[in-house]
Design a protein around this ligand. Structure first.
Ligand SMILES: *Cc1c(COP(=O)(O)O)cnc(C)c1O
Length: 425
């Protein structure tokens, strides 16, 4: 269904009135400008806003630590011993996995390394990794260092997927074609499931099935997908996925990451893995003498006892995702992003070019808008006018209207500020 949009503030406000999620905006702290007005915050793809409830949950743990000391492991209101388990079911619902396949632990790049220890096992000629040519730098460094760690060289072992000349997004047929062309040589296919730069959302199931048919492992970095698009990790069949929780999932700067390992691997006894005491069988963890006995599922990949103060923020944020549900979020996201697209396109294709795919099935809540003939000065202007978005050289503004807390009015305000900045006002 194509929605009928209108280019005026009254229409945006009418859409907000009809929005069944409109009340959730008030559950978050909206950053405020020096003049006391709230920012037009469209940067939840970079750092999500703070849920108002998080402070209270944090104070609870500080109180329990203050009053109970080590006894808090068992007697805190939310005992620290099993604390990570409180998050698992809600996390699994967000990413579309079985609870046993998911764990909140570490941070994203750490988890990516841990997954590659298990799932990048170069043997014979099958030693290459496919990534996107414009993969996020941390992912590229992680992959290259893993290749070198095995005594191999990135020059020989890294295959980068490039868009066709004159195009910015990758075509699925080209991804599958590269897999076919190198099928005997590929150990691992690792894609950002939603590309951080273009906002392109890949068909994870098709890529996973194709990769598996050729004997490759398939993993996804879902940093820009978790809490944004329907991931259906279990059904996609991918071998593993990792993500951070501080972008669309609002759990604070440098907050904890997540990992998914498909159940077909998670209980395998002979899978190579870096191990630590928190991955050990819970019954005997504190005997401290036994040989490593992995706890079932992805929890076996945990290393340390987790940072409770960081986990608090993930749990607090996930409670709101559980209330709303990914289905309702996705429905609003498609409409809200569609409204942004509609407004931006009225500026004319001689002025702007939206790099993100036009097909809602191939994108989430982010549009990457190339403003032709613009430079950073234009971006500085819209920032001064109260917009928080993200600039990528040479000429792309990334804008994320997040369905959890952004309104149609935010989108409309962004558009009027951008329009007047382009007009030189
Ligand atoms: C945000 C992001 C990261 C950041 O990694 P951290 O380990 O959390 O600092 C890595 N990869 C991608 C694709 C990202 O979008």
């Amino acid at each position: 269904m194509v929605e009928e949009f209108q280019n005026d503030l009254a229409f945006a406000r009418k859409m907000d009135e009809r929005d069944e999620l409109r009340a959730y905006r008030s559950q978050y702290h909206m950053p405020v400008q020096a003049n006391g007005q709230p920012y037009v915050y469209l940067c939840g793809n970079s750092l999500g806003l703070q849920p108002k409830a998080t402070e209270g949950y944090l104070l609870q743990e500080l109180e329990d630590w203050k009053n109970l000391g080590v006894e808090g492991h068992f007697h805190a209101k939310n005992p620290w011993m099993p604390y990570h388990e409180f998050l698992t079911e809600a996390m699994a619902r967000v990413v579309g996995a079985k609870p046993s396949e998911v764990v909140v632990m570490n941070t994203l790049t750490v988890n990516l390394h841990l997954m590659m220890v298990s799932f990048y096992r170069p043997v014979g000629r099958r030693k290459k990794i496919i990534i996107e040519a414009d993969a996020f730098p941390s992912d590229k460094y992680a992959v290259e260092s893993q290749i070198r760690f095995h005594g191999l060289s990135p020059e020989d072992c890294l295959i980068e997927l490039k868009a066709r000349d004159g195009e910015v997004c990758l075509r699925q047929e080209d991804i599958l074609g590269v897999i076919d062309a190198h099928s005997e040589d590929i150990a691992l296919i690792l894609l950002g499931n939603t590309n951080y730069y273009t906002g392109q959302f890949f068909d994870m199931k098709t890529i996973s099935e194709h990769g598996h048919a050729k004997g490759c492992m398939v993993g996804f970095d879902c940093a820009h997908g978790a809490g944004n698009v329907p991931l259906n990790l279990h059904d996609s069949g991918c071998d593993f996925a990792v993500w951070c929780n501080y972008k669309y999932l609002n759990s604070g700067p440098g907050g904890m990451g997540g990992a998914f390992i498909h159940e077909r691997h998670a209980d395998s006894k002979d899978i190579p893995r870096f191990e630590g005491w928190w991955g050990h069988n819970k019954e005997t963890r504190f005997k401290m003498r036994d040989a490593f006995d992995p706890t079932p599922g992805t929890e076996a990949w945990q290393l340390s006892n987790p940072p409770i103060l960081a986990m608090v923020a993930v749990w607090s944020a996930l409670k709101l995702f559980d209330e709303v549900g990914m289905t309702r979020l996705r429905k609003k996201a498609i409409s809200l992003t569609g409204y942004l697209e509609y407004l931006v396109n009225t500026l004319g294709d001689d002025v702007v070019n939206i790099v993100t795919p036009a097909d809602p099935a191939q994108r989430g809540s982010q549009l990457s808008i190339q403003v032709k003939t613009a430079d950073k000065k234009l971006f500085n202007k819209i920032t001064e006018a109260g917009v928080i978005a993200d600039w990528r050289e040479p000429d792309v503004i990334r804008v994320a209207p997040v369905p959890m807390y952004n309104s149609y009015e935010d989108v409309y305000n962004f558009y009027t500020i951008l329009k007047s900045a382009i007009a030189g006002n």
